[in-house]
Design a protein around this ligand. Sequence first.
Ligand SMILES: NC(=O)c1ccc[n+]([C@@H]2O[C@H](COP(=O)([O-])OP(=O)(O)OC[C@H]3O[C@@H](n4cnc5c(N)ncnc54)[C@H](OP(=O)(O)O)[C@@H]3O)[C@@H](O)[C@H]2O)c1
Length: 291
Amino acid sequence: MKYILVTGANGQLGKKIRDLTIDNKELKFIFCDIEEFDITKVEEVNKFFEGTSIDLVINCAAFTAVDLAESEQEAAYSVNSYAPGLLAKATNIQKAKIIHISTDYVFDGTKNTPYSEKDKTNPTSVYGKTKLEGEQNTIKENPDAIIIRTSWLYSEYGKNFTKTIIELGKKKDFLKVVYDQVGTPTYAGDLAEAVLSIVYKYFNENFWIPGIYHFSNQGVCSWYDFAVKILNSCNINIDIFPVLSNEFPTVAIRPKYSVLNKEKIIKNYGINIPHWVKSCEKMLLTYKDFA
Ligand SMILES: NC(=O)c1ccc[n+]([C@@H]2O[C@H](COP(=O)([O-])OP(=O)(O)OC[C@H]3O[C@@H](n4cnc5c(N)ncnc54)[C@H](OP(=O)(O)O)[C@@H]3O)[C@@H](O)[C@H]2O)c1
């Protein structure tokens, strides 16, 4: 039996991986969040790995509150930068593989064509900086690691833009949403499928190409376009106005453009990536809690 540790198991991605593997009898998935063990504590990480022989780690744990990270830098650093290095080191010692999840916020957003894995990183926020260091620490401690950068993650679970827009749409007469930040939403269910196809290819075919990969849904939109699609799909008929980011100043500076180029993951892993509109509709159909 092969053992796979999923950290951050109570988060959006962790829960979608759990949903998709619930009937899997060939591989043993172990789901852990901070209640089981804290990935920032070296003794807890070592104790876990000493007690369990792990073949692969999927690290979905992160400090994802982008604005809060500006004031809680130490906490963001521990989870996003230091802990991935600890997990990667433990996998290297056990000759296990690691898939670590990162973000489009490692880029500064000054390009206007999709970012490839070879593009220069230059994060504009503490969150982006800590995630970039997390990538570097992972690769340093386990050069065989796979890093997957994703963007604008949403799902039926946890807090995310889709659920916030539905809640606000039900309460307010109109909404203002920024249109000068452009990227691609990613349904966590699609990302979970992509991660699992890499896992299955490794265990079934011993196929593994380490390195950094980009994954989001296909297509491009602004947060405004995304919000319009969400409200229309939920039959919430309120006015929605496109506004510039400077009307909603945030503590953390976000990239204005962070579309990810997915050619590498498609070429190396043959992953079929749905368009964001289709995936948004699919998620909203399963998410029953709307008007
Ligand atoms: N959300 C996005 O829009 C987005 C965009 C791009 C990339 N990503 C990346 O995608 C990955 C998955 O994101 P997500 O949205 O699924 O995250 P999420 O919903 O915030 O889940 C992260 C999970 O990690 C847990 N965690 C935090 N600190 C921990 C620790 N010290 N030890 C163990 N577990 C800990 C969290 O617990 P608590 O809730 O108790 O803190 C939470 O359950 C992350 O790497 C994130 O950086 C996310």
